[in-house]
Design a protein around this ligand. Structure first.
Ligand code: C2E
Ligand code: CA
Ligand code: CA
Length: 754
């Protein structure tokens, strides 16, 4: 028996060495502490081997020392392993220091037994005819046991607490170790207290460390994985059904029960219910997925169905799982997102990007159809918002959108471009300009007590090339709008090629203005103004542009452009300064003359014209009456009261104000009595050849008389012949300007002539 136990011990030692070495080289984090634990078990086993084999008291004593001190090392290794194994569940990283001290003290007191004999003594018995030294414990041994059992108890506690606290699926990992430890401890205790001659409990301890080796490094708790998977799958938002190879349903997850309202746990009817709801493709074999729609209107639901066959290792059909996913929410979300991305929120019309895309597609798919691109613009819409508020503004936009819908056929694609502009692609035959003109002629927005007329213009570009960029087509349709501007009579403008070059030309000129002023490409020409005796008493300054590329440009080619984009302010300010320069030179030369300068209507919007002029005459030390100011009658139309005040302050400052082009526009004679002007410049149209010369002359005479009556000085423009001049003198006209005296000329010419 002794021999067989010894053989077992030797085998255990070999096993422990092997486990220790393997664990040491394991790449798992727990490897080192497992190796330590297994290595720590070797000395006590050796100790027991010595005790078992020897019949010599000294060797037995050495054996017991190996055994007891080795047990202390095992305790330390056990705590060390426990801490590492439970990492994450407990805070510690190292065994507590006091435990180390405790084990150390125990080791020392055990060693002192050699001198004091307080811990144990050996008692000789005979087993199988051999002497065997059995342990007789004393008080020191009791201390040793308390320390070791105490340590084991701590380990029990740690594992127990973790097992209670941790999620169900991880319990196995800890339970296995705890159970092994309990079994071994009981086994050990049994031997200690049964006092059987040969202590075989060491085998238990070694077995425990080997179990630890296996469980912590190699054992994959399959049940743990299973349980994890089942938990995950059960709670999945998709319904899952598992079928056996005979296509009987054997399992469903929670959602699977819910989907068909199954409460009694009986899955038998599920296949039938599936077919009822989703049709007969359900449960076809193979790997496939499909989408199904059920219900109507707001109850519509979208599902995704998927079947996967399960094939076992031998390639045999092992059943299938079937997945049903309710994708209604996602479908609706995508649909909504699509709608929001492609439709304007206010009007529900296509957004610009989407409109362009749709138009491009329509053009591609209907290559033989003739189309027109229509750019719809509400003029001065900003004013509508400002005056009536955005709520009414939004209402107006929606109303226009409705009218566009109303006028469209199925061959029309339309949308909102941005703000108050809309875009449309209309098949040529469905676009009826006359009809639209008649609707727009008296287009009004009515809401509550607001009834406001809206000026809506359409720019039309006839599509010639179906592949052209849609944005370019709209640019062209837009360009055509500039040809009808603020017009009320015409609402539709058609694009032609000259418009494009006109726009480009305009853009070029605008970008060059600053430079042209700096380089004095733009210069004032002077046209003399005569009195009834033919003496030149002043001049009008008229702008000319000596363009390096375009040549000599008359004002007609740039004034209205700069009036449109507001750049006229720069040009006029410059012209006024030029006039002042000339005047101040004339004053120096002792010439007593005036210069009339033009003020555009726009100038009044963008600057304080009066203070501008005051600054100028101050800077050039001029008598304000030398700088005459020409305003046109249109300036009076919109802001009569404000203009009267402005003109009055001009007069107060000593400037002479002239009403230019009188009679060319909407001027009313009655207006004259209120407007504080000094000179009436009668438009040259009255002198130009017309059907009824007599009538023109009569009007002319009356205007002259009237102005005299109102205390105004009359000036006639466009005097081209001596005859005209004489007639006008006879009518009582006071000032004259026209080719008869001279055309506008450069300053040098003017200076040398007059
Ligand atoms: P306006 O102020 O009515 O200037 C008179 C226009 O009549 C000048 O044309 C002049 O050359 C022309 N004219 C003068 N006598 C005769 C004549 O006997 N027969 C004919 N057929 N025409 C005559 P211009 O220089 O081409 O200027 C055209 C318009 O451009 C001006 O009309 C004025 O409204 C505007 N303009 C010219 N320079 C400026 C400027 O510096 N600032 C602003 N705001 N407008 C300017
Ligand atoms: Ca003028
Ligand atoms: Ca004029």
């Amino acid at each position: 028996m002794r021999i067989s136990i010894a053989v077992i011990f030797i085998l255990v030692i070999i096993a422990l060495i092997t486990c220790s070495v393997i664990a040491r080289h394991s790449h798992k984090a727990i490897g080192k502490s497992v190796a330590f634990l297994n290595a720590a078990a070797i000395p006590p086993v050796i100790g027991n081997l010595l005790i078992t084999l020897s019949d010599d008291i000294y060797i037995s004593t050495i054996g017991y020392y190996f055994y007891f001190i080795g047990m202390n090392i095992i305790m330390y290794a056990l705590i060390n392993f426990t801490i590492n194994y439970c990492k994450g569940s407990i805070e510690r990283h190292k065994p507590p220091f006091f435990l180390f001290i405790l084990l150390f003290i125990d080791t020392v007191q055990l060693l002192l037994n050699n001198f004091f004999g307080h811990a144990f003594s050996l008692e000789k018995t005979v087993v199988d005819g051999y002497a065997y030294y059995k342990l007789v414990p004393h008080i020191g041994q009791v201390f040793h046991r308390i320390v070791d059992y105490g340590t084991v108890l701590c380990v029990f506690m740690i594992f127990t607490i973790i097992i209670i606290k941790i999620s169900r699926i991880y319990r196995e990992k800890y339970s296995i170790i705890l159970i092994s430890l309990i079994v071994v401890t009981i086994w050990q205790t049994y031997y200690i207290f049964s006092r059987t001659p040969v202590d075989r409990s060491m085998v238990g301890i070694a077995t425990f460390t080997i179990l630890v080796f296996y469980f912590s490094l190699y054992y994959r708790p399959l049940r743990l994985l299973d349980r994890m998977m089942t938990d995950v799958i059960s709670d999945m938002p998709e319904a899952l059904y598992v079928f056996d190879p005979n296509d009987r349903i054997i399992w469903a997850n929670n959602k699977g029960y819910e989907l068909f309202d199954i409460h009694d746990g009986n899955l038998e009817n599920v296949p039938k219910l599936m077919v009822e709801r989703f049709g007969d493709v359900v449960r076809n074999h193979g790997n496939w997925s499909a989408q199904r729609t059920t219900g109507f209107g707001n109850d519509t639901k979208f599902y995704e169905l998927e079947n996967r066959d399960l094939i076992d290792r031998n390639g045999k059909y092992a059943g299938a799982y079937f997945r049903i996913d309710d994708i209604t929410e996602e479908k609706l979300r995508i649909k909504k997102e699509m709608y929001e991305a492609t439709h304007d929120r206010l009007t529900g019309l296509y957004t610009r990007e989407y409109l362009y895309k749709q138009i491009a597609e329509t053009l591609q798919n209907n290559r033989d159809q003739r189309y027109a691109i229509i750019y719809i613009d509400v003029r001065n819409f900003k004013i509508v918002n400002d005056i009536f508020g955005t709520e009414f503004g939004d209402y107006a936009i929606k109303y226009i959108a409705d009218r566009i819908r109303f006028h469209s056929s199925e061959k029309t694609v339309y949308g909102r471009l941005v703000g108050d502009t809309f875009g449309m692609l209309a098949a040529h035959d469905f676009f009826d300009p006359d009809l639209i003109e008649s609707e727009l002629a008296n287009f009004r927005i009515k809401k509550d007590d607001i009834d406001h007329p809206l000026l809506v213009h359409l720019g039309v570009y006839e599509v010639t090339d179906h592949d052209m960029d849609v944005s370019v087509m709209f640019d062209r349709a837009h360009i055509s709008l500039s040809s009808i501007k603020e017009e009320f009579g015409t609402h539709i403008a058609f694009y032609d090629e000259t418009m494009k070059s006109q726009i480009l030309w305009n853009q070029n000129l605008s970008s060059e203005l600053d430079n042209a002023i700096n380089e004095r490409q733009i210069i004032p020409y002077l046209q003399p103004i005569a009195d009834p005796s033919g003496n030149i008493i002043g001049a009008e300054a008229l702008a000319r542009w000596n363009h390096p590329k375009e040549g000599f440009l008359p004002p007609s080619s740039f004034i209205s452009l700069f009036e449109d984009n507001g750049m006229i302010v720069k040009l006029d300010r410059y012209m006024w300064r030029c006039a002042c320069e000339i005047l101040s030179r004339w004053v120096e030369e002792g010439k007593d003359r005036f210069i009339s300068v033009n003020i555009s209507t726009k100038d009044f919007y963008f600057m304080d014209v009066v203070s501008e002029f005051k600054k100028l005459v101050k800077e050039f030390k001029l008598d304000p009456s030398r700088l005459r100011i020409e305003i046109t009658e249109t300036v009076m139309v919109n802001n009569t009261d404000l203009m009267i005040r402005i003109l009055e302050s001009f007069k107060k400052e000593g400037f002479i104000v002239e009403m230019d082009d009188f009679g060319s526009g909407y001027s009313s004679l009655s207006m004259l009595k209120d407007i504080p002007v000094d000179v009436l410049k009668i438009d040259m149209k009255f002198l130009q050849t017309s059907n009824d010369r007599e009538k023109d002359l009569t009007i002319m005479e009356n205007i002259i008389n009237l102005s005299e009556g109102l205390g105004l000085i009359s000036l006639t423009e466009g005097v081209e012949t001596e005859e005209q001049y004489n007639t006008l003198v006879n009518m009582g006209c006071k000032l004259f300007q026209g080719y008869y005296f001279a055309k506008p000329m450069p300053i040098e010419d003017f200076d040398s002539k007059y």
